[in-house]
Design a protein around this ligand. Structure first.
Ligand SMILES: [Fe+2]
Length: 382
């Protein structure tokens, strides 16, 4: 996130001697992305962050692909995803590259996690708790996007066992849209959100502990289990631009117009491979002849995934919270029969949804087919 942030204590000059009292050095770590070109932070550890003492057998997480070349519109019932205790084991990859559904039940787990491949966007549909990271903690609740850059060591603690998460993993960094930022990165006046809406980590946890600490590291679709000799949350201070943050979908200020506005006005995040949009409660178009429902549109070069969160979704019939639709690239889609007519004269919508448009086709996994209704693709026939 392009806002400078700092927690804990740091030396006046980078790369200089920094000690706890007289004798114990703190160990500096550059935590960066894209070689030395991307966002980075400088961290100061109580112990060397390199003390691996055991490598356990890795687990293969490669999703089982059911449909590699898909041309069928799908509706998945996300809430039918089987809940599981552990917040990692609960993750079910449904559309690759790479959307994940999770319904974790356990309030906490006894290990730490790091995704070495991907930035993660965890959308909290149900549940609340604390995202604990080695760069500080962030409380989360319904409607939060938790943005976790690759490499952040973290764990999630939930207040209770009824949790529903929609997770997107990205091999490329996820940023706020460039057109909303000036040349220094500041969010501009026409952006639907600003820096005040970005919740940065607080309450840095510093554990000066030696022992055996498991970090599960996801890399190349393998979940490696590394045992470290010191607690991974042992940072006394850090500063920089590379850190996790939260943004609530309820803080997104919708852009509206006299006639129907295209999906990019809802854009919230971007990468080289996909965009994320937030559809939020808003007033409808106010031209006297306006049609608030979207027009049919051709998904010629993007697969479109919509995760329905809440409210009445005007453009479709039979859509409820936790449903996920996939409209594949190559063919047009649009409102269901009756939805366009129904929308005329309506003043506002209370719909809440997250959209992910990918620039390469998504493959459908076996997990997705378990929650697929199988008939959505012909739901436009009257
Ligand atoms: Fe669409």
């Amino acid at each position: 996130m392009p806002i400078y942030h700092s927690l804990g204590k740091i030396p006046h000059k980078r790369h200089t001697v920094f000690k706890n009292g007289k004798d114990r050095f703190y160990y500096e770590q550059l935590f960066g992305t894209i070689g030395f070109d991307g966002m980075s932070s400088l961290l100061y550890h109580v112990h060397r962050p390199t003390m691996v003492k055991e490598l356990r057998k890795p687990k293969d997480l490669t999703p089982k692909i059911a449909v590699e070349k898909n041309m069928r519109a799908l509706r998945l019932h996300g809430f039918k995803t089987r809940p599981e205790k552990d917040h990692l084991a609960a993750r079910k990859a449904i559309l690759v590259n790479s959307d994940v559904l999770a319904a974790p039940q356990a309030k906490s787990v006894d290990y730490f996690y790091k995704n070495a491949d991907c930035d993660e966007m965890i959308f909290v549909h149900k549940g609340s708790g604390t995202l604990r990271t080695f760069l500080g903690n962030i409380d989360f609740k319904y409607g939060d996007y938790l943005m976790i850059p690759r490499g952040v060591i973290y764990t999630m603690e939930f207040k209770d066992s009824d949790n529903r998460l929609f997770i997107v993993e990205s091999h490329r960094p996820m940023y706020t849209p460039k057109r909303y930022r000036n040349w220094f990165g500041q969010l501009l006046e026409h952006s639907p959100f600003c820096e005040r809406d970005i919740r940065r980590p607080k309450k840095l946890e510093t554990h000066d502990e030696k022992g055996s600490f498991v970090i599960k590291v996801k890399k190349q679709n393998m979940l490696h289990e590394l045992v470290y000799a010191s607690h991974p949350f042992d940072v006394v201070g850090w500063d920089g631009y590379n850190y996790p943050y939260a943004f609530s979908i309820h803080d997104f200020e919708p852009i509206t117009g006299r006639v129907h506005q295209p999906p990019p006005v809802h854009q919230t995040f971007e990468t080289d491979a996909f965009v994320v949009c937030s559809f939020c409660p808003r007033l409808y178009d106010y031209h006297p002849q306006a049609i608030p429902a979207p027009y049919n549109h051709s998904n010629i070069d993007s697969d479109e995934v919509l995760y329905y969160v809440d409210g009445d979704f005007m453009s479709r019939n039979d859509i409820g919270p936790g449903h996920i639709s996939l409209h594949p690239a190559g063919i047009p889609h649009g409102p269901h029969p009756g939805a366009m007519e129904r929308s005329i004269g309506k003043k506002e919508t209370d719909e809440l949804a997250v959209m992910v448009d990918t620039f390469k086709p998504l493959m459908v996994t076996e997990e997705a087919l378990k929650i697929d209704d199988g008939k959505y693709w012909k739901s436009w026939i009257e």
